[in-house]
Design a protein around this ligand. Sequence first.
Ligand code: BGC
Length: 748
Amino acid sequence: MNEMTGEVLGKLTREEKASLTSGVNFWTTKSIEHAGIPSIMMTDGPHGLRKQTGGSDHLGLEASEPATCFPPAAALGSTFDPELAKRVGVAIGVESAIEDVAVVLGPGINIKRSPLCGRNFEYMSEDPVLSGLMAAGLIRGIQLQGVGASLKHFAVNNQETDRMRVSADVDERTLREIYLRGFERAVKDAKPWTVMCSYNRINGVYASEDPWLLTQVLRDQWGFEGLVVSDWGAVSDRVAGVAAGMDLQMPGGGRDTDGEVVTALNNGELDESALDDSAGRMIELIRKAQQRPKAPWALDVDAHHALAREAAAHSIVLLKNDGDLLPLVPDSSVALIGEFARTPRYQGGGSSHINPTKIDSALDALSEELGDRMAFAPGFPFTGTEGTEKMRTEAADLAASRDVAVVFLGLTEEEESEGFDRDHLSLPAVQLELLAAVINANPNTVVVLSNGSVVALPFADEVPAILEGWLLGQAGGSATADILLGRSSPSGRLAETIPHRLEDTPAFGFFLGEFGHVRYGEEIFVGYRWYDHRKLDVVYPFGHGMTYTSFEYGDAKAEVRSGGDIDVTVPVTNTGERSRREVIQVYVGLEGSVVERAPRELKAFSSVDIRAGGTRDVTLTVRREDLAYWDVRVGKFIVEGGEYRLEIGASSRDIRIEASVAVDGDEVRIPLSVESSIAEVVADPVAGPKLGELMGGFGASGQDDDNGDEMMDLLGSMPLERITSFPGTGVELKDIQKLIEESNAAQK
Ligand code: BGC
């Protein structure tokens, strides 16, 4: 806490400090006039601004001021482009500044543990490094405008069912390597002004009351200096929250928890320094917000719409393009089918619901270019089944009469939203039946998907081309037209695997849990880590995405820099006739590791434009800290020494070139104990020979011959002290204790 903050704090009574650390209403904090503390507004987020001036709610029901609706995280994550995320962040920051909003509630980077999670559309990926880097881009952009971001939902909020109570029961290695790693990256790289703690419990403790999470990990270990705000309504026990490091309860205006905090102080149940820390952080947050220069601008609706269109085009993933069906041949006639082409689903339901400044539909955008060469049929109703057959016949007839059919399929808000999870991966039956009829009428069929999270693609082998459009924001319609017509080339990559069946997914059998607990039994094997570990076939793998050209990868070089980071350089050639973008990915693996690992993990990626026929030497940096596994014995991230395999490719299952690099490991010394196994003791440079002496030849000296090996196979796992249980060894417990003490002391 700096001196200025200390001075302001000194002017406040206990009651005032308590009042400062809870909201006054849905979106604003309390002011304290005599101390010169104004109130500030914090509001959703994350892919645009949701500033409500009339009725307020955290469910996205009431109206909000018009703002640009950028592609939600599911789409933006697929760009694999943190620089683009930063530009989107800048635009959101500008809009927030114009509206005098101090903090935007986003980005959200919970790991997509199961494709069923209703809120996956608001999260970036199943991979923590990708999630963390994309979030860091957005946060930097927002905060460059003097507006704070709020990284959410911290942490392990991976399902909507029972989200306000459920306990995510996760082992620490999995927490650190998968569920916290992205947060750690974003916190360290981009320093968000605030972090929002989640609704759920983690291993039985509410995130909003968890000193381990909010203080030990977030502040002490990661160095977070900002403020922790509760998710809206996430506080069950405010006093426990303040003690744990939860600084601001939102929203305000409900139960008198300020009074509860003051009573706890007066009773001595709560340490005043905890409240001082929280109130101090509030004062600092407000000061930062006040330093934002007054916004001179009016919103440039068109410029932001153009950015939303660019971002949407980069988000679209071309899953398949047999016979180069796309881009559409200039003179071809097109049957445009599916209600989503006319009525786009461009964002998810719930608190992130932005009121867009305008909306482009693919129907309008394509009609503008194709005129009479295109005709439209809705194909299916969004709800119910009335008139389905007639619509299907009409669509199939239309498809038969044109060169190409472009069919828009997807999920509606009734099928996926914040607040609930799906229970299957299927698209609605009416849509699948429609598609079957269209393919039958015209095999030249392109499918365009609108969905917030993965859907099953039983038709993947039957259609020549598929575009995964996710939810693309307000300019998604024109961006999709840009891709279909070849005005832009697709460069999006899957930030989540598309599996064949729900039964194949990592969390199957665990997801949702029971009796208030959900067990993360798949541990670190989330997303592609699982499918690779289990050697499961998938429909489309993580990182997959095609473009309208092909790229060749040359030989890769890897070099360890002095600080330990690894630079991987690979020449990539665009063998096509137009400038195009490639997303180069580096996956890392370590054979024979001391811990169970996934075969490959994404550690670096780069999204680069390469001109036609040109070659670029692309250098990607794998950070040393990202090689580390969480060592439960020492409670630390440890980089294991060894020869790491670097796989460089265009997806997790399209590895083009490999390299390897020798990495020096961190020293891990686990003190020996009488419980250590004989093998562990023998392997110890000091204790091993001593044991040999004690046992008359057994131990280090006995390892060299076959008898020694055999003995070690038989006895290696025996705890050392257990030697004393057997007759005739002549070894006493006190000898063993002495050996252990001396060996540990010699290595301190
Ligand atoms: C959501 C948050 C959101 C808040 C305010 C909550 O229900 O989980 O993501 O920022 O409401 O609308």
